[in-house]
Design a protein around this ligand. Structure first.
Ligand SMILES: Cc1ncc(COP(=O)(O)O)c(C=O)c1O
Length: 405
C-alpha cells in the first residue's frame, strides 16, 4: 500500500526479531519519532500536509512518492493503528474507518459490482443484515444466508455470480462459532473472497487469515478500545483487495479520525492483558449461569456444552467476553432480570471495562422480523452479557441478586 514510509516503524523500537510476540507488537509498533524524541506517539491533528513545491505535490498525487497528502487518505495516527492491527492479524495491509459499520459497508461496496452475490451466515450484526437486505439490493447486489449450524449447506448456495463469503465468529449476539478452516476451504475452492468480522474475538484471540480469510474486519469500538470511549473500524488483509478498499474510501470519505486512531493505538498496548482478564471473568460468569436453576440455556464458546466447543478450542486462544443466555420464563423474566441489575449497565455497547447487559431482540436486532430472529438463533428471551473488568465476585453477585428477583 502507498505511504508505507509514513507508517514505517522506528528501527530502535522495533527490530523485527520480536515480530512474533503479540504483546510487543501491541506496544512497540509506533510511527517514527519527531525531532522532539517523544516516547509516546504524538497526536497528528492535521487535515493536510505541506509540499516542497508544485512538483512535489504532483508527484505525491501521482503516487510516485510515499507520503501523507490529506487525512481522508492517510494520517500518521491512523497508519500506526492500521500497521498494528495488520501485524497482529498477519495481514499484508489495511485501512481504518470511522466505525465498524463503515468498515463493513466500505469493504463490501469497494469490492462488489452490480449483479454480484454474497453468501453469508444468517447470524450477523443487525446493521450488517440491514446492508444485505435493505441497501445492497438497491445496487443489484444480492445475498443468500446459510444457517450457522449447517455449514454443509453453504456450497449449494454458491452461484456463478457469488463473489464474497461473509461471516462473524463468534456471532453477535448468539456467540455461535463457525469453522474458519472450513470456510477458508470453501472460499478457496470456489474462488470467493472470504471476509470475517472478527469483532468478538479481536486479533489476540483469533486470526482468521491463518485459516484462509482474505480480509478481516473489526469494530474497534468494542474490545479494541475496550473502555467505551471512541468509535472506530478497520479492515486488514490481502494487499490487492485493500488497495481497492483504500481507493474507494479515499474518494467516499469514511476515514477514522486521527484522534480516535491515537486513542485506539494506545488501547492496543493493553489489549492482551485486558483480554486475559475479560475472558477469565466471562468464563466464570458462564459457569455460574450454567449452574443456576433459573437459567434455561447458556452459550459461551469455552463451555463444554457449547455446540461448537471443539471448533472454538481449535481456532480461539480464549473464549471471548460475551456470554449469551436465556432465563426460564421467556421475555418477561428476561426483562425483569435486566431491570433488577444494580451494577451491570444496560447499554448498546460491548467490550467495555464495565459489564453491559442487553436484550438483542428489542434493541440491536429489533429490525429483524420474528421469523428472521428465529433463524438467526436470537430467541425473544435471549440476554447478552459483555463481561467487564470489575471484580468477578461483584459481577456474579449482581447477576445472582437480579436472578433472585
Ligand atoms: C460483530 C459486529 N460487527 C460490526 C459492528 C459495528 O460496529 P460499530 O458500532 O463500530 O459501527 C458491531 C457493533 O456492535 C458488531 O458487534
Amino acid at each position: 500500500m502507498e505511504n508505507e514510509q509514513a507508517i514505517g516503524v522506528e528501527k530502535s523500537d522495533y527490530n523485527g526479531h520480536f515480530q512474533e510476540n503479540f504483546e510487543t507488537i501491541a506496544i512497540r509498533t509506533q510511527s517514527e519519532r519527531t525531532q522532539f524524541q517523544e516516547h509516546s506517539v504524538p497526536l497528528y491533528l492535521t487535515s493536510s500536509y505541506v509540499f516542497e513545491d508544485s512538483e512535489d505535490m504532483r508527484a505525491s498525487f501521482a503516487e510516485e512518492k510515499d507520503r501523507n497528502i490529506y487525512s481522508r487518505f492517510t494520517n500518521p495516527n491512523t497508519s500506526e493503528f492500521v500497521e498494528k492491527i495488520a501485524k497482529m492479524e498477519g495481514a499484508e495491509a489495511g485501512y481504518a474507518f470511522a466505525t465498524g459499520m463503515a468498515a463493513v459497508f466500505s469493504t463490501l461496496a469497494a469490492l462488489l459490482n452490480s449483479g454480484d452475490h454474497i453468501v453469508s451466515a444468517r447470524s450477523v450484526f443487525g446493521s450488517t443484515h440491514g446492508l444485505f437486505t435493505k441497501y445492497f439490493p438497491k445496487w443489484n447486489i444480492s445475498h443468500s444466508y446459510f444457517d450457522v449450524n449447517k455449514p454443509e449447506t453453504i456450497e449449494a448456495l454458491i452461484k456463478p455470480e457469488t463473489k464474497v463469503l461473509f461471516a462473524e465468529s463468534p456471532t453477535n449476539p448468539g456467540v455461535d462459532i463457525l469453522d474458519l478452516k472450513e470456510l477458508g476451504r470453501i472460499a478457496k475452492k470456489h474462488n470467493l473472497i472470504l471476509i470475517i468480522d472478527n469483532c468478538f474475538a479481536t486479533p489476540y484471540i483469533q486470526n482468521p487469515i491463518k485459516f484462509g480469510a482474505d480480509l478481516v474486519i473489526h469494530s474497534a469500538t468494542k474490545l479494541i478500545d475496550g473502555q467505551g470511549r471512541v468509535l472506530g473500524g478497520v479492515t486488514v488483509g490481502r494487499e490487492d483487495l485493500i488497495r481497492e478498499i483504500y481507493l474507494f474510501s479515499r474518494n467516499t470519505g469514511p476515514a477514522l479520525s486521527p484522534f480516535n486512531a491515537w486513542v485506539l493505538s494506545k488501547s492496543l498496548e493493553t489489549l492482551p492483558v485486558r483480554l486475559e482478564k475479560h475472558c477469565e471473568n466471562a468464563l466464570k460468569v458462564a459457569e455460574f449461569l450454567e449452574n443456576n436453576e433459573k437459567i434455561q440455556e447458556v452459550k459461551y464458546p469455552f463451555l463444554k456444552s457449547h455446540p461448537q466447543y471443539a471448533i472454538a478450542k481449535k481456532q480461539m486462544r480464549l473464549g471471548g467476553n460475551v456470554v449469551a443466555f436465556q432465563i426460564k420464563g421467556g421475555i418477561d423474566a428476561g426483562r425483569r432480570f435486566i431491570d433488577s441489575l444494580q451494577l451491570c449497565t444496560i447499554s448498546a455497547n460491548l467490550g467495555d471495562t464495565r459489564t453491559i447487559v442487553t436484550h438483542p431482540a428489542s434493541t440491536t436486532h429489533s429490525k429483524l422480523s420474528p421469523g428472521e430472529l428465529e433463524s438467526a438463533g436470537i430467541s425473544e428471551g435471549l440476554v447478552r452479557v459483555s463481561v467487564g473488568l470489575e471484580h468477578i465476585d461483584d459481577i456474579i453477585n449482581d447477576l445472582k441478586n437480579a436472578l433472585n428477583n
